[in-house]
Design a protein around this ligand. Sequence first.
Ligand code: ATP
Ligand code: MG
Length: 267
Amino acid sequence: MANKNNYVSKDKLGKNISKKEIKVKTKEDNELKEKKEIKEKNTSAKNVILSIKNASYRYSDAEEDDYALKNVSFDFECGKLYAIRGRSGTGKTTLLSLISGLEKCTEGEIIFAGKSLKDMNLDKYRNSDIGIVFQSYNLLPFMTASENIILSMDANGLKIKSKKEKAIELMEKVGLKASYANRKVLRLSGGEQQRVAIARSLSYNPKMIIADEPTGNLDKQTESEILEIFKKLAHEENKCVIIVTHSQNVCDTVDKIYDLKKVKDVN
Ligand SMILES: Nc1ncnc2c1ncn2[C@@H]1O[C@H](COP(=O)(O)OP(=O)(O)OP(=O)(O)O)[C@@H](O)[C@H]1O
Ligand SMILES: [Mg+2]
């Protein structure tokens, strides 16, 4: 009888287990869980490449309490693909300007690889640590695809023998044929221009890539192809990729979504 023998349950193999054994097992399980949580916490902390800590931003011409961003705290890790989502005017582009060091937080700070952006040479940071992909591509239309990429290598001071070869290699990586290298940007489709813009952002092999609505002007099929490139960069090349987006397709693809709300709605 169960009570007489103090057996209260059975294990997976059907063997009787006593109250005492259950207690020991639960303690062991809890200890194991705790260890696992500590391990995950440490691993994740090590992987964080960029941390936004209580960042607020007010444009210089705005009223004293008119913040474009208020108390934003997000962490980004290498090897992951992120979406920053929010309605128009919630400060997505402003946040990318802070992350890319084009603007400085009014309050709070941004830490990149353990160092505050406040203490860094921001030109160097922008030219080597992060790659930026703009919604409007920001390519020079009368130059060829490869010239646009090489221009970015030059701005970075990259010293390699054949920049053209490297540019073609990057173009092929984002799904553009080598023959497109000599074509003027003006003669490329929107999707092709976006690929050139991504290839350009990779020209100095940055740890982080940030993209402002990179698929905003593209059809669904092209969007999925571009997303696949970003996904590979994160998962196969261990880059941290941040995409500002309105697109559900993007949100369904990323590893983590951060939502921005209008400052007025938060307060
Ligand atoms: N240069 C500026 N000077 C003053 N206010 C600005 C400036 N740029 C943006 N803002 C304001 O900051 C807020 C956030 O703008 P932001 O462009 O970051 O939004 P967004 O989320 O990127 O919007 P969208 O989805 O429309 O691109 C808005 O209220 C906007 O009017
Ligand atoms: Mg915007």
